[in-house]
Design a protein around this ligand. Sequence first.
Ligand SMILES: C[S@@+](CC[C@H](N)C(=O)[O-])C[C@H]1O[C@@H](n2cnc3c(N)ncnc32)[C@H](O)[C@@H]1O
Length: 422
Amino acid sequence: MEDHPPYPSGLRLAGRRVLVVGGGHVAQRRIPGLLAAGAEVVVVSPSVTPAIEGQVLAGEVTWVERGFADEDLAATWYVIAATNDPAVNEQVSQAAELARIFCVRSDDGASATAWTPATGRYDGLTLAVLGRREPRRTAAVRDAIVNALHEGTVAADVRRPSVPGVTLVGGGPGHPELISVAGRRALMEADVVVADRLAPRELLGDLSATTEVVDVAKLPRGRAAAQEGINRLIVERALSGQHVVRFKGGDSFVFGRGFEEIEACREAGVAVRVIPGLSSPLAVPAVAGIPVTHRGVAHDFTVVSGHLPPGHPDSLVDWDAVGRLRGTLLLMMAVENASAIATCLLAAGRDPATPVAVVCDGSMPGERTVLTTLVEVGADVGRHAVRPPAIIVVGDVVAVAHPNVYGGRGPDEASVSRPWPS
Ligand SMILES: C[S@@+](CC[C@H](N)C(=O)[O-])C[C@H]1O[C@@H](n2cnc3c(N)ncnc32)[C@H](O)[C@@H]1O
C-alpha cells in the first residue's frame, strides 16, 4: 500500500453512518468535518471529551458508551479508528477490512485503507491535500493555496461573473489582517471599490488591475454633500451592472453611515448586502491589551460618540447620564472634545482618578497608548499631541491592563508605541 500514492476521492457522506472509534482529541478534531458533510456520526468509546459530550447532548452525535465490537460496523460506510490503544485500532482496522469499509487510523497510517487529507474551503470549493503522511507539509500546502485564493493570486482567471449590486464591507480597525475572510473575498470580486479614509487601505494594493478604486476621502468636503455623492455613486455604478464594494473602517453600522447607503440602494432597487467588520471601540482596546470588561471590575461597557461637544444642540448624548455610569466608557471621535467631555463626566460624579487610556492609530504601525486619568485627559491629549483616530477608554479596566502605572509602582508604559501584531 505504501508505495502507491492514495487515490483522491470526495466522499458524499450526507445521511450515511460513519463510525468514530475513540472519544479523545483526535476524534474531536475529526467530528466537525464529518458533521459538516452531513454524516450520521456514531462515536464508540467508554469516555468522550467534554466537547464531544456537548455534541451528544445537542443531538448531533450518537455515543455508544463502551468499547468497540465488530457489530458496530453494521450499516457503516466509513470508519475512523482514533483510540489511543493500537490494539483496538488494529482490531477496528481488521474488522473494517473484512467488511470492505474504508478505515482511517490515527496511529498507523501505513496500514490504514484511507487517509484524512488537510482540507480547506474557499467559495464553494473543497481543497484536499494528501501527502505521504506528512501532516505539517500538507497543512502548509493547503494554507498556501487557500491564502492565495483569498489574496486573489490564484483566483484571477476564474473570477465569477460579477453580480450587479452593492456590498458594504467593514474593514476592521486598520491592520490588513483584521478584515474578515468574507470581506476580503468581496474585495477581490468587486468591479469597483469605493473606499473610505479609515478603511485598511493596504488591501487596495492587492486588488486586480481591472478593479477600479474610487477614493471617497478625496471627494470635496462638506459631510452631507459628500454622503449624497457617495450614495449616488454606488447606486449609479450598481445600476450600470457593476458589483460595487463600499469599503469602510471598522463596521459599517457603527458611526459609519452604512444604513444611509442601504436606504439609498433600496430606494433605487439595488441589491445590497452587509459584511460586518471588527469595530474600533472593541478591536482597538483589544489590540492595545485593554479588556473592555473584567470580572469584578466592569460588567458593562458603553460606546459613545464624542464628535459633538456636550451641550451642542445637535448632540443626542445625555452626558450627565453617561457620567453616572460606573462601567467602561469607550469614546469615539472624541479627541477634540476630550476636555469638555471629561469636565461633564466629572460634574456628573465620575471619580477624577478614573484611569483613562487614549489609544491612537490602533492596530496600525503608529499605534500608541497615552495613559492618564479623567481629570488629566484634556491636558494630556494636548501634551502628547494626540491626533485622531483614537479610542478613549475610561474606567478601571485600564488599571487592570496597566497595574504598575495605576498601582503606584512607578511608570511603565505611559505613552507607549505598540505596533500590532507585536
Ligand atoms: C467615523 S468613526 C468610524 C468608526 C468605524 N465605523 C468603526 O466601526 O470602528 C471614526 C472613529 O473611529 C475610531 N477609530 C477608527 N479606527 C480607529 C483606529 N484604528 N484606532 C483608533 N480609533 C479608531 C476613532 O474614534 C475615529 O474617530
